[in-house]
Design a protein around this ligand. Sequence first.
Ligand code: SF4
Length: 605
Amino acid sequence: MPMDSSQSGPQSGPQSGQRITTSGLVNIRSKEELIRQKLEEERVRLTREMGIESHPQRHFKRPVENPFTKSQRANTTLLFGGLTWKHEQLVHGALEGLGYKCRALPVPNVAAFQTGKEYGNNGQCNPTYFTVGNLVQFLQGLEQEGQSRQEIIDNHVFFTAGACGPCRFGMYEAEYRLALRNSGFDGFRVMLFQQSGGLNQSEAEAGLEMNVDFFLAILNALNMGDLINDAGYQIRPYEAHAGETDAVMKECMDTLQDVFKNHRRFTLEGKAGGFLKNLPLGDTTEYIGKFLDQLFGKEYTGAFKTAGERFAKIKVDRLRVKPIVKVTGEFFAQTTEGDGNFNMFRFLEGEGAQVLVEPIGTWIMYLMHQAKQQKKDRKGVNGEEAMPAAWRVDKRVKNELRMRKSLAQLTLAEAIFKREWNRLREALNYLPHDLTDQYELQRMAHPFYNSRAAGGEGHLEVAKNIYYSNKDLAHMVLSLKPFGCMPSTQSDGAQSAVVNLYKDMIYLPIETSGEGEINAHSRVQMALGEAKVKAKQEFARVLEETGLTVEQARDYVTDHPELESGLYRVPHHKGVIGAAANFVKHVAELMKSERRTRVAYAAAD
Ligand code: SF4
């Protein structure tokens, strides 16, 4: 007897000893068809009811990008942004010096965020909205000034960083294009500098020359921006005359921008240069010359020293007790000085804190460090290639050598980068902080956050929290993470284990979004209250240990005006965090050494 399919349930398959006959199979098939048909009818009914029309599928195709060619360079303005105004002013000078017309976008504000939301996709992380909206807002501003859309599209190019992920950073390019299209600027050119793999040459080759000069100029601009930014944040909270640091900063940045603009790049010139250039290794000779010019040239360091002399004249009072707040978090949120992080730097300083800012240099070192780790992990095996069999010793040796060569190149790059950093640091009397050691950061964070997990700041958020708290460098760590940031959300999970282990640390994660500034500020105020108490207790302890009073320390400073210089470097003491506490310790040491010298002189007499 064939089974009646209308009575059979999912469990009513053939029992032992039973078999499905041909007519049974036909019944099952017709039942499935019936279900499919019913489903389709229901789908049609529901889409009709809800007013959702069904369209043929249209797959996204990357739009063809209009090229930026060399011949357009004279009439094309390169737009860029997303850093601090200090970095941007120097990058501006560097690009001008390379012969480009350029303009930095304003610091993204809440209106830019709203614009980004209006024209972009749903569900992006907020730096996307801020930066994308900022570009659209800027272009709309150009239109209001009287330029036509076509003129804007023809005469401008936006240049920014990009990556292939793994977080939403990989979607930035698509987001820029979508928002530009939605806002009526379809065809506007966006050029990406890929974090891994350099610039997308197919787009930029002709218009923007990504040569050695370009990279050196940008790197110098970023390093100088980092160092001067760091110095500014260390001096401003203690300045004797309000506003002086900002005024000096502005003056120095204008001068430094001109230095970049007028910088003479090394080229093989004259008869001898022409001769060398025509030799088979002519280009290499020129590269070596540029490289040596970078390593031993005095133009940038000299100009930076002059800026340092100006900063040194700012009078400071380092006896002001202030908690030091290390700002970490996602790259954009911890860097921008505007609505993108609720104006957090200004707020913290207004609340009486000293802010420890994060340099872009750490990020560059992190990228090199990660590249090295990846080379080691892959053992010289490239891309999709499989590891050669154990008996293919020749191939394995070749891979090993390839890996060692890459590692050596990256190690050299790290060493050069650090050297250049410290050369500039010296011009500011080593006041700005040194680059943090990536190996130490990795060692600290890895037990909590796998250091091979890339995306965003990776393990750095966890690492910096432990580093700055345990090394007595900050009373409080404030992590700024954009709403919807994937890697930062992961970090937050790991940070709960970190704060459980290091009970004394004051760690506050703040989610930044376009809204909610008051709420964020009040949470920071609460944590800052604890940090202030910590700083005051530490100061009282140091006074007790040294046996000094604030008045005695102040009198000593009056007799030694060099201690009031903005660039005076106070040594850091183990177990002491605050600038005032370290300063009192230092004054006590100076007094002691003076006493010893007096006694020695008296004994000699
Ligand atoms: S790190 Fe976070 S905020 Fe930045 S692009 Fe990735 S997901 Fe977005």
